[in-house]
Design a protein around this ligand. Sequence first.
Ligand code: ADP
Ligand code: MG
Length: 697
Amino acid sequence: MSFFNTKIENLRGVGTQRAQLLQKELGIFTYGDLIQRYPFRYLDRTQFYNIVDLHDDLPYVQVKGILRGREVLGEGPKQRLVAKVADASGELELVWFKGLKWMQNIVKNHQEYIVFGKPTFFNGKAQMSHPELEEVTEAKAGQSFLQPVYNTTEKLKNYHRIDSKAIMRMVVDLLKIAAPHIQESLSPELVRHYALMSKADALQQIHFPQSTELLQAARFRLKFEELFYVQLKLLRQKTQRKVTLAGQIFKEVPSLVDFYKNHLTFDLTGAQKRVIHDIYKDFCSGKQMNRLLQGDVGSGKTIVAFISMLMAADNGAQSCLMAPTEILADQHYVGLKQYADQLGINLGKLTGSSRTSERRVLHEQLRSGEMHMLVGTHALLEDVVQFRNLGLTIMDEQHRFGVAQRSKLWQKNPDIIPHVLVMTATPIPRTLAMTLYGDLDVSVIDELPAGRKPIVTVHRYDTNRLKVFQFLRDQINLGRQVYIVYPLIEESETMDYKDLTDGYESVARAFPEFQISVVHGRMKAEEKDFEMQRFLKRETQIMVATTVIEVGVNVPNASVMVIESAERFGLSQLHQLRGRVGRGAEQSYCILMTGYKLSKDSRTRLETMVRTNNGFEIADIDLKLRGPGDLMGTQQSGVLDLLIADLAKDGRILTESRAAAQQLLDEDADLTKPENLNIRRHIESLPATAVNWSRIS
Ligand code: ADP
Ligand code: MG
């Protein structure tokens, strides 16, 4: 058994009771767990603030002063210990609400302290509650170093004295005995090439940095290693699959040339051309394609899908395009049918509402190969749907589909697995995509077609509703249509939000002269479709909806999007909703409605929406606000349980570590070369995790 698997209770001074607490509260079971519990910040013991310079906006800071007077004030739950600390510039009040008895015995009058905490102001007086205190002693006076601060819990701190300092002492003890057991986990070549600090030094310096430079180096080293092993695992899977799975070759493109020359009515954007080239290269490789295509709403993914399908058709293979809803499937069909007709290609449609007689014909045509392309919904997956030679499957808005559904599509060609293209408008930051979808190839359309008018986005308070409604009226009278979106109907009655029904009633009262559609999640699919169709055909002017309209719907004449209680939506969701407008020639608007009371994060989200239309910039900010674990579909992702790397900030390290992992696999796929011994040994020492690396939906 390795040293780092030793149970934490064996560490000097820990014992059974504290070991249990560490396990329960912090998940620290072994020496390895403790040594990898890196500090979340450091105290710079060289910097002190003058008390007079403190202000509200400062983060945690430290001051140095003499303690003057301490007394317990108040009764019962309001009881608190108050002390004052003074330096040459002024006085600071320290307050404790918990652990009074203990603190009372600790703080000494007339003692000089280093006080660390977050300054706040109360009646114009500087205050810190629950600061950390450290006595200034002769020995420590001249010292300059960064002191680690460890995460712990209120329970551990207040009832068991396991505060950051206590953890620090454990780490000191552990590092003393751990040194001979720390093995370098990267190859000498990687350490040299990326100028990495050794593992042993990095573990020492991350806990007790001797300077900020050494701390930087230690952090870089540990982040690099962490991301390197994540990427190595993902890339190995990808390589394995590429080796084992062959794909049909689609090299000839006569119809495509015809299409470009004679039928395509607009110029493809540079980004579209680049993506089509990526796909064509995959088609010529002889390996099965597994590609994720990311493109902001309105960036023109559908035409890329069609061109890919055309390449398949040119080489005698069938293809299908699967959409998550009937409305979307209809839209794709209508949009692509005209092109297919012009090119003499048979394009069919299959959805839940296709009639039995139609289906029978379609099934037959698919089996015979007469039908070249198929657009549809989940109905495509049914076992009765069989192809003569399915060569390409495309999934639109892929987060709606599960892994099981994708594998069903694969099985539609027993001879050779079809190429797979998944398309998503959920802009995932590149760093996150590389980790989450590390086993897929990723293409990005990062450019909108020329001539689009950027959507004008504004934030309005509920008190201005009358003005907003007047604006909607004016727009509708100009011939436009309007979406009004509400947060999902909540189970909780107590929440102070207008729900859809209230909203509908007030809209109906305000606009007696217009027709209104309603769509929400509790309606049956047919009812939803019926209402959507009415809106599409312009029989209704206003669509009141919950977020069900989020995905893909294209109503070019709808040019105004009102989002009610906009503070309740995440940034990415707001951006998705806004993407429903801005699809026609007219100037489009997005109006974000809120009350006056807004949190800081809500304000940031609203300001971001008003400032930019760029989906990737928005996704990056969203990632920073929420952290990666919160992003759609990634909650259960073991991939994101990172110890030190931060996907929102460490994009550059991620890119470098991925390149390093790729190069390693190119040179030594089985990791059998002696110079890669460290890496092989490290992988073998890792616990076999239950992480599902193939999860991509
Ligand atoms: P999304 O990426 O959101 O699925 P679509 O494929 O629906 O976007 O495209 C949105 C609109 O832009 C469609 O009407 C499409 O015909 C049009 N379009 C796509 N590419 C271009 C282009 N290069 N130039 C002009 N219009 C384009
Ligand atoms: Mg689309």
